[in-house]
Ligand binder design. Sequence first.
Ligand code: FAD
Length: 442
Amino acid sequence: MTSVWWIRRDARLADNPALLAAQEDGPAAAVFAWSRGVHLWSGRRRAHLARALWSLREDTGGVVGVRRGDPADAILAVAREHDARTVFAAREASPAGIRAQDAVAAALEVDGRELRLVGTPYAVAPGRVVKGDGTEYKVFTPFSHAWREHGWHAPAEHADPGGFARVESDVDLDQAAAHGDADDLLAERHEFREERVLAAWDDYVAGDLARYATERDRPDLDSTSHLSVPLAYGQIHPRTVLAATAAVRGEAARRLESELAWREFHADVLFRHPSAQHESLTPALPDDAWATGAEADEAFMAWRDGRTGFPLVDAGMRQLAATGTMHNRVRMVVASFLVKDLHLPWQRGASYFRRALLDYDHAQNQLNWQWVAGTGRDAAPFFRIFNPTSQAERYDPERRYVERWVAEVDTPAYPAPMVDHAAERAVALADLKRGKEARAAR
Ligand SMILES: Cc1cc2nc3c(=O)[nH]c(=O)nc-3n(C[C@H](O)[C@H](O)[C@H](O)COP(=O)(O)OP(=O)(O)OC[C@H]3O[C@@H](n4cnc5c(N)ncnc54)[C@H](O)[C@@H]3O)c2cc1C
């Protein structure tokens, strides 16, 4: 009997419980729905997705299908073609992901078929980690302890690459992969083959991981895992990552696990508070605190284009435009600069990141922006105002990162700082104080 595997954020054969379930009683008809939503993605992300799907198709003898249309239509059509009673897929926890799976389940049900959700893109499904009284953890550290205590399954076995039924495609993946990013080209192409992603991770565990605890904040040394891109497209599962780190002793492996716990925490927060995708969880600032009008637009463009006159901010924004990624420390600095120095709402920065990041992940992006803005789930957000100059001195001491991305930094062509950081910091703190007083008075 053929079942359908609806490919979502999990274009991989390794450690994929939904795919294994679909192959249990016979070959799986695998299909990805190339929906209107995908057309709204940036060209660089769409092209990377096409390459990841192309790679999966290569690995399965060319039988994986990619169908134009919204999931409810595309998945139902393939289920009918293969006379499949059951469709298997990973459960998503984001608002858009939940909407899509509800729509697919409803379309299948009226046709006498069934959607079964198996596994999630997380080690522990969002919503599962709860306090003794069943309520959510609002703060990261206790969440991460409870998350570790909860634990997770060992990685699932590798799926059978020969266990697929052919699904015809109506999307030209070669075309999408080759030309999808023609107007949005990256300086370097990121790895998109599952086998190589896994091999690169094995190499990392055997090599650079040892430096992670001491160097993870150094953009000039670039010794982080670079897992965020394959995690975003589901080419590796966090459980696979955690199984490897569990076998390594020492601070570095624990640190990396803790970063993955942030990924799980943010997914949990968004699952419980879907409005956090657009609205501040804690509206820390009064409404009149935000800059508006033409001057604000110009400031935004200077930030976006890496022309602020603060070398670390400009280096980060140029790295983002050129490569689709940015080192985490620098993401925090540029985000803080937009919100606390330029007084622009975090949503504006988050929406530019959505266009520019190759590792864009809705929960991680929106909640990290809220963390920096001090509007998220945080005990002491008040003083999180990054000084772009001292951050550069501390984390890029020889200026190697800055000089790589801002070649003209020491020439007259480089602009003077667009704001006085100390003055803008004082404004931000005064705004935060007003916001706090207004909330207390309510
Ligand atoms: C404003 C802002 C926006 C961000 N947007 C995204 C995004 O859209 N997608 C995304 O994957 N990450 C995002 N991050 C988190 C982080 O910057 C990236 O995950 C990290 O830089 C990726 O590099 P790496 O894989 O080498 O990380 P490593 O340091 O090697 O970490 C390993 C993994 O842990 C997870 N991780 C690390 N730091 C964080 C964090 N702060 N929050 C959540 N998970 C984390 C990631 O999955 C990462 O791949 C954002 C951070 C900020 C401050």
